[in-house]
Design a protein around this ligand. Structure first.
Ligand code: ADP
Ligand code: MG
Length: 683
């Protein structure tokens, strides 16, 4: 239960003085639904104004406060802008332009009456103008320096600030959870004062830093609680006898890294404490085989294994590969996704319950629903980044004897992020590629040369090659992505023949997607046009060319993933990054980095620096909460300290019962990491 002292902060915004349903709706658009959200909606900076008596050239580009008297106006017909001409006290004309609500503007600025306005003075041809000036009531004067908040339509900065401060008012004094020596060293103030200061003086960074530290600390403490809890639980030790793994016919030898990691996993699974292991390995490093060996280990020991894939397509691809390898050695594999219904589904559920199915492959459906296993011993999660901490926690909580857990990711995650996202897990790395791979050659090409790219694609196809063509993310909307892909598919189909060109996008039905993918994998299609649906895991070794349109709009880690679709066979592969013509310095640098290196870890570090953690982890998709206050730099700075501090606290006070321990619990609630609280060791 949340400590009562926090209740005022967790009330809906409508409970706050002066906030009705209308404002609440507006705030909800910013994701601000409770007082706490408002209180933590910190200013992004400040605006500085100069008080002017007359407008001068020197003031162009600055935000000024000026007294003016309107003398004329021009209203466009209909809903067009209003231009109001006003004079300062020296008679210089300033045009005040309003795009929205022109009649309101005219009422605010009656002719012949002096008013104080504030806004950015700009040159517009020979005229000087202020667009959307603030208009003061007579006698009122805006502050010279003001905190600036991110806003949405229908909310002024001033109002936002008022609302935030009302919420801050509600914040109680809280006992300190930060280690006293750290607090002293950083010179940080108490939580409540810091919160108030972050609003009143946004440029003084200390207050904000303290709040960010709190957030990182709460996150690390939660993970540490999960880890300790999991280590205490009794799972089932699983030790295989090697009969299945030996029978498995592999056309190749394990890489050194695969052999090493397999040993680490065996070691974990032989223990009663359930395994919690993260396996990181770049695209193509051979994680699937490691997972297969682990699953066979479980089956040899008389248990079942579940393999969770991120998408339907991948689940089907995995099940097909597994069946080919496992049928001959008598291991029974089945699939379960949201799409499997009726009899087939019932048969699978029955097989799981009576133990006649050894390995289940599926999507989230395998955990969301009432699936009972006879003896689930191992869960493998592939491409974890759509599967967050809270979901992993749920999984561990469900079974009487928690299964061993292996989480696999192809996104090379920078160390800091590994700690914030997977702090509860042990980490293995597949840092070696299977032999015989030729590195993918990457080129950056301007979209002016698209027709040459299409020519090149033609030659590639003529010589028997296959290719991916990835279409850009148009907006945040799947609909427009799909439309762009459809258009591209039409163009390429005209050029190469409709029977050679396939299309997959997010708005297609699962079965349709599968059919197209299957046709491509079987070599019946030469070109596969896709939105990022193909991002993870798809394996078609004969496809040695990938064209990525609008490359500058993708995250680097994402580009790296996409590029990993080629270079899977022994033939030389190529990745063409098509860029728009308007490219920023950073944009250029990012694409150049892709050309230079195939090192996923280097790329991920860079992406973290440039775009923040949400992009890398795909937390947006999973709904997993990211950090709301701590910036990537702050996370990087604080994670080592916060992790050590959380560990120390739990070593001394595992039940979080001391005064500081209880304060730390409050911090968990404050940052909504409180799922972990149920895991605190009692007594
Ligand atoms: P990822 O780590 O991206 O999931 P996969 O498991 O899909 O990689 O493996 C990529 C390709 O490498 C597959 O075609 C797989 O058969 C092949 N492969 C895996 N391990 C080896 C190995 N030890 N030697 C040669 N090829 C391998
Ligand atoms: Mg894979």
């Amino acid at each position: 239960m949340r400590p009562e002292i926090l209740n005022p902060l967790f009330a809906e915004v409508e409970a706050l003085k002066g906030i009705g349903p209308g404002v609440a709706k507006t705030l909800a658009q910013l994701g601000l639904t409770r007082a706490i959200d408002l209180a933590y909606h910190l200013p992004t900076g400040t605006i500085e104004r100069i008080r002017a008596s007359v407008a001068t050239r020197e003031m162009l580009g600055r935000t000024i406060i000026l007294d003016v008297t309107p003398f004329d106006s021009r209203l466009s017909a209909g809903r067009g802008p209003a231009r109001i001409f006003a004079a300062d006290c020296d008679g210089n004309t300033i045009t005040l332009t309003f795009f929205n609500n022109p009649s309101w503007a005219k009422k605010q600025l009656p002719q012949g009456e002096k008013r104080t306005v504030s806004g950015k003075l700009e040159a517009y041809g020979d005229e000087w103008q202020i667009i959307h000036p603030e208009v003061m009531e007579s006698g009122a004067e805006p502050p010279l320096s003001e905190a600036v908040y991110s806003l949405t339509q229908g909310l002024t900065n001033r109002r936002m600030r008022e609302l935030a401060l009302i919420a801050v008012e509600r914040a109680p004094d809280l006992s300190e959870w930060i280690e006293p020596s750290l607090l002293a060293r950083e010179g940080w103030r108490a939580w409540r004062s810091s919160l108030a200061e972050a609003h009143s003086d946004p440029l003084a960074g200390d207050a904000r830093k303290r709040l960010a530290y709190d957030e990182v600390f709460a996150n690390q403490l939660a993970l540490m609680l999960i880890r300790r809890h999991a280590r205490r639980r009794r799972g089932v030790p699983l030790a295989g006898d090697g009969r299945l793994t030996k029978a498995l016919q592999l056309p190749y030898q394990l890489t050194g890294a695969q052999a090493r990691v397999t040993q680490e996993i065996r070691g974990d699974m032989a223990q009663a404490a359930p395994m919690l292991r993260l396996l990181q390995g770049d695209v193509g490093s051979g994680k699937t085989l490691v997972a297969l060996l682990a699953m066979l280990e479980a089956v040899e020991a008389g248990a079942q294994a579940a393999f969770l894939a991120p998408t339907e397509i991948l689940a089907r691809q995995h099940v097909a590969t597994l069946q080919r390898q496992l049928d001959v050695i008598g291991v029974r594999v089945a699939i379960l996704t949201g799409r499997d219904k009726g009899r087939a589904r019932d048969a699978v559920l029955m097989g799981l319950a009576d133990g006649s199915i050894d390995i289940l492959v599926g999507t989230h459906a395998i955990f969301q629903e009432k699936v009972t296993y006879k003896k689930l011993g191992l869960v493998v999660i592939d491409e974890q980044h759509r599967f967050g901490v809270s979901q992993r926690l749920l999984l561990a909580e469900k079974a009487a004897h928690p299964p061993h857990l292996l989480v696999m990711t192809a996104t090379p995650i920078p160390r800091t992020l590994t700690l914030t996202q997977f702090g509860e897990m042990d980490v293995s790395r597949l840092d070696e590629m299977p032999p015989g791979r030729t590195p993918v050659e990457t080129r950056v090409i301007s979209n002016e040369k698209l027709s040459e790219v299409v020519e090149g694609l033609g030659r590639h196809i003529a010589s028997g090659g296959q290719a991916y063509w990835v279409c850009p993310l148009v907006e945040e909307s799947e609909k427009s992505d799909s439309a762009a892909a459809e258009q591209r598919a039409e163009v390429l189909a005209l050029r190469f023949g409709a029977d050679k060109v396939g299309l997959v996008h997010g708005r297609m039905k699962g079965a349709e997607k599968d059919d197209v993918m299957a046709a491509f994998a079987a070599g019946r299609l030469a070109v596969l046009i896709a939105t990022t649906v193909i991002e993870v895991g798809v394996d078609v070794p004969n496809s040695t060319l990938i064209v990525i349109e609008g490359a500058e709009r993708f995250g680097l880690a994402q580009l790296h993933q996409l590029r990993g679709r080629v270079g899977r066979g022994t033939a030389a592969s190529m990745c063409l990054l098509i860029r728009g013509q308007q490219l920023s310095e950073t944009g250029r640098a990012r694409l150049a980095l892709m050309r230079e290196t195939n090192d996923g870890f280097r790329i991920a570090e860079e992406d973290l620096r440039l775009r923040g953690p949400g992009e890398i982890l795909g937390t947006k998709q999973s709904g997993e909460q990211a950090f709301r206050i701590a910036t990537p730099e702050m996370v990087t700075e604080f994670v080592p300290i916060a992790t050590a501090d959380a560990r120390l606290l739990l070593d001394r006070d595992g039940g979080l019962a001391s005064e500081r321990g209880r304060a730390a619990r409050t911090a968990l609630y404050l940052f909504e990491r409180d799922q972990a609280i149920s895991l605190i060791r009692s007594g």
